[in-house]
Design a protein around this ligand. Sequence first.
Ligand code: AMP
Ligand code: MG
Length: 403
Amino acid sequence: MDAARTVGEHTGSLRVQGRSTEAVPLLGSLGRTLAAPVLADRDQPPFPRSTRDGFACRAADLTSGNALHVVGLLRAGDPWTGPALQPGQALEIMTGAPVPAGADCVLMVEHAALNGSLIRTDRQLAAGENIVPAGAEARSGSTIVPAGTRIAPPHIAAAAACGYPTLSVYSRPRVAILSTGDELVPVDSRPLSHQIRNSNSYSIAAQALERGGAPILFPIVRDDLAAIEDAVGQALDSDLLILSGGVSMGKYDFVEQALLNLRAEFFFTGVRIQPGRPVVFGRLPANGGYRYFFGLPGNPVSTMVTFALFAAPLLAALSGRTREGSGPTFAQACLASSIPAKSGLTRFLPAYLEGDAEHALVRPISWQGSGDQAAAARTNCFLVAPEDAGDLSAGSRVSILLL
Ligand code: AMP
Ligand code: MG
């Protein structure tokens, strides 16, 4: 998609700019962007680690079929203080315990017959079996998690293993959210019959939060050129502006004009997708530099899809994430029921991904179009019906946009 590439060109240039950082407690770093790498503070594992409960011994001794003499027991958490294991000897050992010098394999307890202090087995083991050598997983000083990574549970575990009670993360970019529309009322108001509650500010804020942004919800902006200009002007000291509504061809869609009046530079005004076709992307001069903005269409499903496709990657870059993995997440799944062709635009249809390890199945959800946020609440993904794909038959593989 050309529009996604356009956003990508801008995210690329953003990365070199300096960003402020802060130290946060380890668990509080979840979803944030790592600003300084997590380094191994020692070899991992720090000792040759037994991966089984069993008997540390010499692989060569197992070829003879002779019984081995068990010289002791070592549990995880205890050091081995005895001498190196001699030929014909075995040490009973637990998973996670250090394998003593002289042993080169661990015979699983299930494969050993114990008789007094003697064990026998009919198994042959190769040297190294059931042992992870010291430093095999990571060398002391090596990078375990690079800066620029969006912090997920495995990174938290890695940081804990390396002794980081806090992590350095990039500050959250401030995302100003401006929903426009004369029909909108705040969430805590009772709408009159011709009014609706402003839900887009919340979907945008939630998506921004998930992507490591700090959402700032502005009051609802009326469909009035001066009011929009005024609100945008007030939002310019944030890091990113997201507007919702007012970018279509309606008589009261003033957002583009307001942005133009504020000397906006547009990179695209409209994308060949449905929902979300009228989405605009550009930047405004501000404080000697510029601020990026997105004008997302007001229909709630369009708002969510266009945020995921275009705003999320830019926000990820603003939050310090490196290019890898900063875009929207697509996957493949098997289509549960057919979708008739509709040419002209690439469609993102609300869908539900289910299935198991062998078979990912995606089910389109019936909906009333891009204003149907009740349908959006029944989705966990959008399935992609490409512009020229023709009919998509049940059982075919399709791309899905994960939310
Ligand atoms: P617009 O993009 O302004 O033409 O709006 C398209 C549709 O989305 C209209 O039905 C609006 O009422 C609806 N809409 C616009 N803004 C919001 C919002 N903030 N929350 C919920 N629905 C909205
Ligand atoms: Mg509107």
